[in-house]
Design a protein around this ligand. Structure first.
Ligand code: ACM
Ligand code: ZN
Length: 618
C-alpha cells in the first residue's frame, strides 16, 4: 500500500514538475516538438564540451564565448570523446538523422546533453535552443531540464535585410546584430549596400565610389522628404563605408553563427551615389545635371544609362570584386523602382532599344537585367532581384524577392513562372514602418505594422501548388533606413519584430501561437535583449484609443484596444495615471467631451507593461 502511495506521489510530482518546466521555458522560434522528462542535467564548471573535429575551429571559440557570457562558465572543450563517467555536452554529426538541413535533435538527460544534426547549422541551432533554457542571471550552475527537442526549419531562407545606404551603420553594429539574430536562427543577412544616398562598399578598381559616393552633404535634423539637393561646393561630411577587410571580418564572424551574407548592389535605379561618383554612367552630360550624392527624399536622375557599353563594363568590374569577396552563391542586383524618364530621352538608350527591337523602356530594363545577369552568371553566382525584374522578358534563372505583394501578385507569379522566390511582403515584413499609434512612435512612414501583424504573416500564398510552393525559399524582414539614423533607432525598429519574422520563417504554422509568443517576449526575451544591450520596442503593449463623438448628446464613446491577449487595460478620466486600482476596461464607455483619457496595459502582477496612452477628447 505504502509502495502504491509512493508511486502515486511520484507521478504527481512528475506531473507537477512537467507543468512547471513547460511554463518556465519560452522558446523562440517555437520548435517542432518539445517533451520534458522531469530529469535535469546539472551544468557546471566540471562539464566537458565535445564538438566534431572538423568544426572545432568554428565552434569551440563561439561556445566558449557564450558559456562564459551567458553563465560565467569556463568549460573544457575538445573534439575527443568524453570518458564514460565524464559529465558532458556532445555535439554530434549524423547524416542519417531525420531532420531537414539545419534541423537538430537536442536530448538532455541527467548524465549528458547531446545535440545531433546533419550539418553545422543544425548543431548551431540546437545550441541556441539549449541557451534559451539558461537563466537570465549569470549563475554558474544551471539545472537544464531533461527534455527531447526535435526541430527543423520550415524554410531554408530566414532573412533580415538592413539598408545601410540611407544611414550608414558601423561594422560593430552589424556584428552585434548578426550575433543576436543568429541566436533566433536567422541565417541570411541581406546587406543593402548601395542606394541614392550612399555607396557603402570599397571597390578597389573604382575608388571614387567610396571617396565620393560614400559621403553626402549634412542635412541632419531636416525631415527626409524636405531636404534640398546638395551643391558641388558643399562639404560632404555624412556617411561612411566598409573596407574589403571589414567585409571579410563580417563574413567570417557570420559564418561561425551560421549566417550567410548576401550583398546587394542596387541598379539600374537607386544609383545616384554611383552616377555622382562616375558621371559618365549617366545617360547624358547635361550641363546643369546634379551629380551629387542624394541627401534624402527620392532622387530624380538616379538611373545608370542602359544603352552605353561602358555601363556594363563598369558593372562587370564591380561584380567581379563583389563575387570574389562574398562566398555566398547569391548576388543581389536590386532592379527595383527604376525611374526610366531619362532613358526615354537618351540617344544611347533609344539606340539599344531600336537595335534590339525593344518595344518600350520596360523591355529596355529587362534587356539591362539580362546583360547584368550574364555578368553575374559568369562569376558563377545566382542573381537575386526585386520583383520588378519579372517585367518585360523576365530573367530566367534568377531568384526573386517578392516585395510588392498586396499591390501586385509577385508572390504568386514568380513561383508559378518557375522562379525560386523569397517572400519580403512590404505590408507584413517592412519593419521600417512604425509599430504602434503614430503619435506615440518615432517618425517613420505613416503606415502601422504592429508586431502581431508581422507574427501573423503567412508567407506561402494558398494559390500555389505543392510544386510551386517548393520554389519558395523562405521569408525575410527588411529594415529600410530613411528614418533610422541612429543605432538605437534601428534596434528599436528591428526588435522584437525581427523575432516575429524569425518564428514565421522557422516554425511550422501548426506550432505558432500569438499568445505564447507575446508572453515569451514579456517573460523572457525582452530581458535577454536587454542583456545584449539591445534597445527593443515595447510598442506591443501600447493601448490603442479611438472615440466617436455624439454631438447631439454631447458625449463620446471611447474604445480602447490592444494587440495583446491576456493582459488588462486600466484607464482614468481624471488626468491621473492609471494603476490596477483604476477602472478596468471591459468595453466601450461614455465620456464627456474634452475629457483627458489615460490608459495603460498591466500584467497579472500589476506592472504597467508599455507606455501610457493619453488622448484628449474633442
Ligand atoms: C523596394 O522596397 N524598393 C524593394
Ligand atoms: Zn541612357
Amino acid at each position: 500500500m505504502i509502495k502504491y502511495l509512493r508511486s502515486i506521489l511520484f507521478f504527481l510530482m512528475i506531473g507537477f514538475n512537467l507543468q512547471v518546466v513547460a511554463q518556465e521555458y519560452h522558446f523562440v522560434p517555437q520548435p517542432e516538438s518539445v517533451s520534458f522528462s522531469g530529469d535535469a542535467f546539472v551544468l557546471d564548471k566540471n562539464t566537458k564540451v565535445v564538438v566534431p573535429k572538423k568544426f572545432q575551429g568554428l565552434l569551440i571559440s563561439y561556445l566558449a564565448e557564450k558559456f562564459y557570457s551567458d553563465l560565467g562558465l569556463n568549460l573544457t572543450y575538445s573534439y575527443r570523446n568524453p570518458a564514460i563517467d565524464e559529465k558532458h555536452i556532445l555535439f554530434k554529426l549524423d547524416k542519417s538523422l531525420s531532420v531537414k538541413d539545419e534541423g537538430y535533435l537536442l536530448e538532455v538527460q541527467a548524465a549528458s546533453i547531446v545535440v545531433t544534426a546533419k550539418d553545422y547549422g543544425g548543431l548551431f541551432n540546437g545550441f541556441q535552443t539549449l541557451r534559451q533554457t539558461f537563466p537570465l542571471e549569470n549563475s554558474g550552475t544551471v539545472n537544464v531540464p531533461g527534455m527531447t527537442v526535435k526541430d527543423s526549419p520550415r524554410f531554408g531562407w530566414r532573412g533580415i535585410m538592413l539598408d545601410v545606404s540611407r544611414h550608414f551603420q558601423p561594422k560593430e553594429f552589424i556584428l552585434k546584430h548578426i550575433d543576436v539574430l543568429s541566436s533566433y536562427k536567422v541565417n541570411k543577412f541581406h546587406w543593402h549596400l548601395t542606394d541614392d544616398q550612399g555607396w557603402r562598399i570599397e571597390i578597389k578598381k573604382y575608388p571614387n565610389l567610396t571617396e565620393k559616393g560614400a559621403w553626402r552633404a549634412d542635412r541632419v535634423g531636416i525631415s527626409w522628404w524636405q531636404r534640398e539637393e546638395a551643391t558641388a561646393e558643399e562639404p560632404k561630411t555624412v556617411g561612411g563605408f566598409y573596407t574589403q577587410e571589414d567585409i571579410k571580418e563580417v563574413i567570417a564572424y557570420a559564418k561561425v553563427r551560421n549566417v550567410e551574407i548576401i550583398p546587394e548592389i542596387d541598379v539600374p535605379g537607386h544609383s545616384k551615389a554611383l552616377v555622382a561618383s562616375y558621371p559618365h554612367l549617366f545617360c547624358y552630360d547635361e550641363a546643369d545635371a546634379n551629380f551629387e550624392v542624394a541627401v534624402g527624399g527620392k532622387a530624380p536622375d538616379n538611373a545608370v544609362c542602359a544603352g552605353k557599353d561602358t555601363t556594363y563594363e563598369f558593372l562587370e568590374g564591380v561584380i567581379e570584386e563583389i563575387a570574389a569577396l562574398f562566398p555566398s552563391k547569391y548576388l543581389h542586383i536590386g532592379g527595383d523602382e527604376c525611374n526610366k524618364s531619362n532613358w526615354k530621352k537618351c540617344p544611347y538608350c533609344q539606340g539599344v532599344k531600336t537595335e534590339n527591337n525593344l518595344k518600350d523602356e520596360e523591355e529596355l530594363q529587362s534587356h539591362f537585367i539580362q546583360r547584368v545577369h550574364k555578368i553575374v552568371k559568369a562569376q558563377k553566382k545566382t542573381m537575386i532581384g526585386w520583383d520588378e525584374i519579372l517585367s518585360g522578358q523576365g530573367a530566367p534563372g534568377a531568384t526573386i524577392m517578392a516585395w510588392r505583394r498586396g499591390t501586385y501578385t509577385p508572390e504568386i507569379t514568380a513561383p508559378k513562372e518557375g522562379y525560386p522566390t523569397i517572400m519580403t511582403s512590404y505590408k507584413h515584413m517592412y519593419i521600417s514602418q512604425v509599430q504602434g499609434p503614430t503619435f506615440m512612435e518615432p517618425e517613420g512612414p505613416k503606415v502601422v505594422l504592429p508586431l502581431s501583424k508581422v507574427y501573423a504573416h503567412e508567407p506561402l500564398p494558398p494559390e500555389l501548388t505543392p510544386e510551386e510552393a517548393n520554389r519558395v525559399l523562405g521569408n525575410e524582414a527588411c529594415l529600410w533606413g530613411e528614418f533610422t539614423p541612429t543605432q538605437d533607432h534601428c534596434e528599436y525598429m528591428l526588435y522584437p519584430r525581427a523575432l516575429a519574422s524569425a518564428e514565421v520563417s522557422w516554425s511550422d504554422p501548426k506550432v505558432k501561437d500569438w499568445k505564447r509568443f507575446q508572453t515569451a517576449m514579456e517573460a523572457s526575451h525582452f530581458k535577454r535583449l536587454e542583456r545584449e544591450q539591445v534597445n527593443y520596442a515595447k510598442s506591443l503593449f501600447t493601448v490603442y484609443a479611438s472615440y466617436a463623438l455624439d454631438e447631439l448628446e454631447s458625449e463620446a464613446h471611447v474604445y480602447l484596444s490592444t494587440e495583446t491577449v491576456g493582459y488588462d487595460i486600466f484607464y482614468t478620466t481624471t488626468g491621473e495615471d492609471p494603476t490596477t486600482a483604476s477602472i478596468k476596461y471591459e468595453g466601450d464607455f461614455i465620456a464627456a467631451p474634452k475629457t483627458l483619457i489615460k490608459a495603460g496595459l498591466f500584467n497579472k502582477e500589476g506592472s504597467l507593461l508599455g507606455k501610457l496612452t493619453e488622448i484628449r477628447l474633442k
